[in-house]
Design a protein around this ligand. Sequence first.
Ligand code: SAM
Ligand code: SF4
Length: 336
Amino acid sequence: MLTDAPLIDPFQRAIRYLRVSVTDRCDFRCVYCMSEQMTFLPKKELLTLEELDRMCSAFVRMGVEKLRITGGEPLVRRDMMTFFRAMGRHLETGALKELTLTTNGSQLDRFADDLAAAGVRRVNVSLDTLDDAKFAAITRWGRLAQVLKGIDAAQKAGIRVKINAVALKGVNEDELFDLQAWCADRDMDLTFIEVMPMGDLGNEDRLAQYWSLKDLRARLDDRFTLVDLAERTGGPARYVQVQETGQKIGFITPLSHNFCESCNRVRLTCTGQLYMCLGQEDMADLRAPLRASPDDAPLEDAIRAAIARKPKGHDFDYSRQMVDGQVSRHMSHTGG
Ligand code: SAM
Ligand code: SF4
């Protein structure tokens, strides 16, 4: 039976935020995210755009107010604008409050206007460095100029851009203030992300890349007056305002447990698996009930059953200089 009762997990957290990975493919090969020779999923494993629409619409009916589209690189999936336009209808009814995406920016120049027309008001663009050579080294296949053009296009289309930078020891440490000033000049907020132990640790040693945000923040603190903001998004980000520039700087420390109690989000992979916690292996297959019937009732039942299993928190732990609680899947699978 279809009911529109909101999704509440066993710890009384209302689930209002869904992240959806729409593809595992990408036009970059960032060193901390993918190996150079990635094997991608066969296309038939992926949810079709129509299935993604049904899935997301079910969540919206059940109280999800914020949808973040991610990947892989969401903008490399063919015909993605059809999907964004389809989700735009939920913005028009007011059921959905925000439709947004996380992108590497490579295709924004092409799609910024269409995204704005579909109702996207903000995007997160991942950019770790402003140095051409370093950018090419980190992303392997990416070119900085293309991303900068994409950011220009998004701003021109009236979309607010937030930059996400992974803090990488010995790589972008020396660019901390350049990145901060560049974002302030362009009226963009900036969020730093700690490297997470996702994927295989075989050839890329995440611990060697690990730069603690505590240290990063202390360096900013030396130069600026940082005012803690009360703002909480239900996720692993904490924000400060830089008094001198007015800009907001975020710190995402997914390895800390300080956000689990207010966690309001779940993640859907491009194959229709729902992960109730970024740091746990438990998931629910929603593709089977979706494909089993054109009626959404079995899907909604499966969603409710999954939310009833949402754990209290996750198990990452770097504290013993080894990656405990490591999760074997790649970030491009769950979509960060
Ligand atoms: N391709 C899009 C992008 O790069 O923005 C969306 C998907 S990407 C997996 C989402 C975010 O995860 C990016 O900001 C990326 O920097 C971050 N990310 C990937 N691997 C990571 C890791 N091992 N630790 C921390 N952040 C990671
Ligand atoms: Fe692609 Fe984003 Fe992963 Fe980089 S971080 S390889 S851009 S999915």
